[in-house]
Design a binder for this molecule. Structure first.
Ligand SMILES: Cc1cc2nc3c(=O)[nH]c(=O)nc-3n(C[C@H](O)[C@H](O)[C@H](O)COP(=O)(O)OP(=O)(O)OC[C@H]3O[C@@H](n4cnc5c(N)ncnc54)[C@H](O)[C@@H]3O)c2cc1C
Length: 379
């Protein structure tokens, strides 16, 4: 009998795991991906969608296309997981595997009265509707709100603010518009260090975007945001990040750690259960500086490569095991066709070693090329 590998979630991490496993093992194993959503969204493009740089249909592909020769797809909601037996239940049916890779991401919830007050730009619908509202916007105050921590892609809200500023300038409304970013963080992308945070703060300042760190949002009342420090902000247009939580089936299972997420081994991504791995946003990996590894697709991607390699080695009886070393990179869209690029080693000791390259047109076009490559290569 062929070994069976169950991949839970067909987002970034799940898709990459299936890809690398198939590349290594071909048809010598059964690879099954389980996914509940019909659309597979390329999340970085949501930022372009919210300012009209992409059409809705450009930023996703049908999940059905995850299934290809050697990779099976089961569409449906995973209802239960038993890591001891390496079994799951989907649509009432049980599936048993020899290996499990959990890449279920973070569930997103709109909380504290935000619903209906603005747009959750971390979703396809929210980014789409924000662009509709932006088209009808005639000046006033725009708030970009990080509603809670943690959130995925630490750069995304800052990119959103800069792209919105660019769109406002193109519409000739710069003089009658104020853009403000509110966040509970002490500085932008804080895990990457003070140098990068300072560079991002400077970018915001140059564009006239107001920045309010250490503002923990409490409530949205009609068109006013209030914060725990007693401050408030009245807005005309609002884009916000949702609350990120661990999916219930994991939160209610033996897999969850004290952090409320899966605390996998930071090098092998194996959980406390043998041959059960967890990668991407669902994991909590503490770093030396006391904060966790950020939730980002680039980490899900590299972790998938490591996990796929090690499962393949186990199946083939090989010993060429790999480890995830904490490396990661990200683009920072700035508007005007320019982007920055930062990368380094987040497992750096005592602090992550992350450097930023000089922003320019090149990084923007590299990000665009990556988007094209992603859809071409994997769908
Ligand atoms: C606006 C935005 C911009 C971003 N830009 C970047 C960027 O430039 N670079 C970067 O590195 N990262 C970026 N990210 C973050 C990146 O998208 C995530 O970190 C990445 O997708 C995480 O991968 P994952 O596999 O852990 O989770 P996901 O990609 O979220 O996949 C999880 C999958 O599991 C499925 N699932 C969950 N529960 C169930 C269930 N019970 N049954 C069946 N299926 C289920 C979900 O539907 C989902 O498809 C961005 C995110 C956003 C929102």
């Amino acid at each position: 009998m062929k070994p069976v590998i169950l991949i839970l979630g067909g987002g970034t991490g799940g898709l990459m795991t299936a890809h690398f496993l198939h590349k290594k093992l071909g048809s010598s194993c059964r690879i099954i991906v389980f996914e509940k959503e019909e659309k597979n969204v390329f999340a970085p493009s949501l930022l372009w969608l919210m300012v009209g740089k992409r059409k809705t249909k450009d930023v996703y592909r049908s999940t059905k296309r995850v299934a290809k020769k050697g990779v099976e797809l089961v569409s449906g909601n995973i209802e239960k997981i038993n890591p001891e037996l390496k079994s799951i239940q989907v649509n009432g049916k049980e599936y048993k595997g020899d290996y499990i890779v959990i890449s279920l991401g973070a569930d997103q919830k709109v909380v504290n009265n935000l619903s209906g007050k603005g747009f959750d730009f971390f979703t396809l619908n929210g980014a789409d509707l924000f662009y509709d509202a932006l088209q009808h916007f005639n000046g006033g105050k725009i708030a970009v709100l990080i509603s809670s921590l943690p959130f995925k892609c630490p750069a995304a809200p800052y990119e959103a603010a800069m792209l919105i500023e660019n769109a406002i300038r193109r519409k000739g409304m710069h003089d009658k518009t104020e853009i403000a970013v509110y966040t509970p963080e002490s500085m932008p992308m804080s895990v990457a260090g003070k140098e990068l945070a300072g560079a991002v703060e400077q970018m915001l300042e140059k564009k006239g975007i107001k920045y309010f760190p250490e503002h923990q949002f409490t409530e949205a009342d009609f068109k006013t945001l209030t914060f725990t420090n007693g401050n408030s902000y009245s807005f005309d247009l609002l884009a916000y990040t949702p609350k990120h939580i661990c999916p219930e089936i994991i939160a209610n299972s033996l897999l969850v750690g004290k952090s409320g997420w899966i605390e996998a081994n930071r090098n092998t991504m194996e959980t406390n259960f043998s041959n059960v791995y967890a990668i991407g946003d669902i994991t909590f990996i503490p770093l030396e500086l006391g904060k966790p590894l950020p939730k980002a697709g680039v980490f899900a991607h590299y972790q998938a490569e490591v996990v796929a390699n090690n499962i393949a080695e186990k199946i083939k009886g090989g010993t060429n095991m790999k480890t995830f070393n904490g490396s990661g990179q990200c683009f920072l869209e700035m508007g005007d066709g320019k982007a920055g690029y930062a990368g380094g080693n987040f497992y750096g000791s005592p602090l992550p070693l992350v450097k930023m390259k000089k922003p320019g047109y090149w990084w923007h076009w590299t990000k665009v090329m990556f988007e094209k490559y992603w859809f071409f290569k994997y769908f």
